[in-house]
Design a protein around this ligand. Structure first.
Ligand code: APR
Ligand code: ZN
Length: 365
């Protein structure tokens, strides 16, 4: 079939909105009609050349839609199912999948811009086009592996559901799945964008006491307050580390870095009290290094842990987060500062880069 997609041919060049061909789903794959896709920073890392990825490529990993067609052997999905895309589609039988850590799945040999069989379904004029994270949802339709489309209740609005697919799961899961904070913990969150706001709301849901939000932009700190932050620090006005230590008498129990910057990762570590845990959620440019005083680790028993996709178990967590939203316990609506059409996507990314939005969403219907 033919459809409209946003294609990245080269880093630091605008995405091209053009008509591409999409093959039918093969064995174990499904075709999803995309309803909405979130404008997340991770795609921007690729656009800026901070993460390498084969090109041309259709980006987009925060999507929701409706299953249109299923390939042979698909048993868990049927046409008409409403789904959230899971950007860590997994094999289901490697050690990591078996022990319940599907985000770490290493059972598929093909790179994550190909379907499991190592080929692509996207083409244009005889040229193959890659699928970012096997989701490629900056397009009217996407072919994804069965495990990459998680069914949800059909009364969930899809423009909100798409954000559960990355920012909500990543931010909130860092608190509830990765760190599993205790009620009453003091928490700091550096970076209050689409992902960080969900770390804040995760901390609130998990019963944190102080939730200290740190950002460089006052508009982001206002969002942070709306999502549950108890204290706001603009890191542009003075020493954020000293301020956090002062507010908490020596540091927080958990510090979350949700930017992906070596400097703020070290700040997060320094904001932690003795025995505290620093959780790295933000994804840095691929060659960045952090330097931390080696002796400080044993002497203070501070832990540094990575959190990828909120340590998600997507087939359990994405429907659960959907239920939380439908029950009115999870905020998503205030994240959506504005919406766009697919052909406005380059402008949407300029707006993200300028820090003007909490999150924005591309609508297809
Ligand atoms: N100090 C404090 N805040 C900062 C700093 C800094 N030095 N630099 C940037 N920020 C803030 C921005 O103002 C913005 O509010 O970090 C926030 C980042 O938010 P977004 O741009 O919305 O990015 P988001 O989509 O939330 O992703 C954050 O998580 O999943 C990863 O790849 C993703 O690395 C990215 C990170
Ligand atoms: Zn994302």
């Amino acid at each position: 079939m033919e459809m409209k997609a946003a294609v990245l041919y080269e880093a630091n060049k605008p995405l091209a909105i053009e008509t591409v061909e999409l093959d039918d789903p093969k064995d174990g794959e499904v075709l999803v009609r995309i309803a909405a896709a979130g404008v997340c920073y991770s795609d921007y890392h690729v656009m800026k050349g901070e993460w390498s990825m084969p090109k041309p490529v259709v980006l987009g990993h925060e999507g929701a839609g409706i299953v249109e067609k299923v390939g042979a052997g698909v048993t868990r999905l049927s046409p008409g199912d409403h789904v959230i895309l899971n950007f860590r589609a997994n094999c289901g039988h490697c050690d990591h999948c078996i022990v319940g850590r599907p985000v770490l799945c290493d059972g598929i040999e093909a790179g994550r811009v190909f379907m499991f069989d190592g080929t692509v379904r996207l083409h244009r004029n005889g040229q193959d086009i890659h699928h970012m994270t096997r989701t490629a949802c900056f397009a009217e339709y996407a072919v994804v592996p069965e495990s990459g489309a998680v069914p949800i209740r059909s009364d969930m609005p899809l423009d909100k559901a798409c954000l559960i697919g990355c920012s909500v799961m990543t931010g909130l899961g860092a608190v509830t799945n990765t760190a599993r904070i205790e009620a009453g913990s003091d928490v700091a969150v550096i970076g209050c964008g689409g992902v960080g706001l969900n770390t804040i709301q995760g901390a609130l849901l998990a019963g944190a006491d102080r939730i200290i939000a740190v950002d460089l932009l006052d508009n982001k700190l206002e969002y942070a307050k709306e999502f549950g932050a108890t204290d706001l620090i603009n890191a542009g006005n003075g020493d954020a580390v000293a301020r956090v230590r002062e507010l908490t008498k020596g540091g927080v129990d958990y510090a979350f870095e949700v930017i992906g910057n070596p400097k703020t990762i070290i700040q997060a570590y320094e904001m932690c009290r003795i025995g505290g845990t620093t959780v790295i959620v933000g994804m840095a440019p691929e060659n960045d290094i952090i330097e931390i005083n080696a002796l400080s680790l044993p002497r203070t028993e501070r832990a540094i842990v990575g959190s990828w996709y909120g340590s998600a178990r997507p087939w359990v967590d994405l429907p659960k987060l959907t239920d939380l939203y439908m029950r009115g316990r999870l905020k998503i609506d205030p994240m959506i500062s504005r919406t766009w059409r697919l052909d406005e996507i380059n402008e949407a990314y300029q707006t993200l880069a300028a820090g003007d939005v909490a999150r924005s969403v591309i609508l297809f219907d």
